[in-house]
Ligand binder design. Structure first.
Ligand SMILES: Cc1cc2nc3c(=O)[nH]c(=O)nc-3n(C[C@H](O)[C@H](O)[C@H](O)COP(=O)(O)O)c2cc1C
Length: 347
């Protein structure tokens, strides 16, 4: 209700300023206690207990400044980042566009973030607080050795993360997605797992891998096989798309990754593809175009153990996690499931 009153004023600002304002408001609001989630929504994935399956996707809180405020909005987990070893300014502005008529977003931010050292300070300060906080790691655009960047980030962040998310699927860092190729991916994951082991021994947070929706069937099979082999905690399916379904907004021609409603069907199909390719052996996190409880439920039934949201929050406001959770509880009851885990992949 309140958000529908504020939204017109927010939408008069350019998208990046509005995002900055949203972050500031969350910082000011401080860290309220996360609201209790209904017991039926609690779920265990990769050894982690999630109070509910609806998470905030990476890219909203790039520097890890407000994870607890996000949990306070009712998200069951918050993924911060992508964070790179060194600070970087990203692409020239404007680089973030609302496609209002399409309920979509195009971004070519380019991993703008204040770097590992700044993020570490904030994240270390909240270390003993409860709540699932995933840390999404990336490589600097100019890194001579990108795999070494991921290893550095794993070493720095593993002690502070509930899970690590290795992001090799941003379309806005040239060449990054080539790390999804079979031999590069094996080398990358070996380096990340070894780095985690150096700082955490046998334990340490599970490693999730975030993939693009723009993959060929052979890529999907190879990634699924490697994910099983390396015992990844989960695959996050998916990042933004460089494809362009029919769009109506003035900004439809902008370069970058498309997210929001027009990504939904593609992300849902990729989720199905990965469910098939992994045979359910690796948990999946469904992300892309999820705006309602029905969207989240469809993703879960297609094989997602968890879901994440970003673009829809721009249009629906900060109450979105609570709204989806409430709706999910009703849909579970309607379809006769006692837990989320029971419903995963029953499409
Ligand atoms: C402005 C913006 C910035 C993003 N930055 C990141 C990022 O830094 N790392 C990442 O893994 N994903 C990033 N994403 C992708 C989202 O996490 C998500 O995968 C994608 O937007 C699809 O979900 P949605 O349709 O709910 O937005 C970003 C998305 C947007 C819109």
């Amino acid at each position: 209700m309140l958000y529908s009153l504020i939204r017109p004023a927010l939408f008069r600002l350019d998208a990046e300023s509005a995002h900055g304002l949203a972050l500031k408001s969350l910082k000011l609001a401080g860290t309220t206690r996360a609201p209790a989630s209904p017991a039926a929504l609690s779920t265990r994935v990769a050894g982690i207990r999630f109070p509910n399956p609806v998470g905030m996707a990476a890219g909203f809180d790039k520097d890890g400044e407000v994870p607890d405020a996000l949990l306070g909005l009712g998200f069951g987990f918050a993924e911060v980042g992508s964070i790179t070893p060194l600070p970087q300014s990203g692409n020239p502005k404007p680089r973030l566009f609302r496609l209002v008529e399409d309920r979509a977003v195009i971004n070519r931010m380019g991993f703008n973030n204040r770097g590992a050292q700044v993020a570490l300070q904030g994240l270390a300060a909240r270390k003993d607080r409860p709540g699932v906080v995933g840390i999404n790691i990336g490589a600097n655009k100019d890194a001579a050795d990108r795999i070494a960047d991921y290893a550095t980030m794993a070493r720095l962040m593993a002690p502070l993360a509930t899970y690590l998310a290795v992001n090799i699927s941003s379309p806005n860092t040239p060449g990054l997605r080539a790390l999804q190729d079979e031999s590069a991916l094996t080398g990358l994951l070996d380096a990340v797992l070894e780095a985690r082991g150096e700082v955490c021994g046998e334990g340490g947070p599970p490693v999730f891998l975030k993939v693009a929706p723009d993959l060929e069937p052979a890529d999907i099979d190879a990634i699924a096989r490697i994910a099983v082999e390396k015992r990844l905690g989960a695959l996050i399916v998916s990042n933004t798309t460089i494809s362009r379904p029919a769009l109506n907004s003035a900004h439809r021609g902008e370069t970058g990754g498309l997210s929001g409603a027009p990504l939904r069907d593609l992300a849902q199909q990729r989720l199905r593809d990965f469910r098939k390719a992994t045979g359910g052996a690796v948990p999946l996190v469904g992300v892309g175009g999820i705006a309602t409880a029905e969207d989240a439920w469809a993703r879960i039934r297609a094989g997602a153990s968890l879901v994440q949201v970003y673009s829809a929050m721009v249009y629906e406001g900060p109450g979105i996690a609570r709204a989806i959770c409430k709706g999910l509880e009703a849909l579970m009851k309607r379809d006769g499931f006692a837990s989320i885990a029971e419903a995963v992949g029953t499409e």
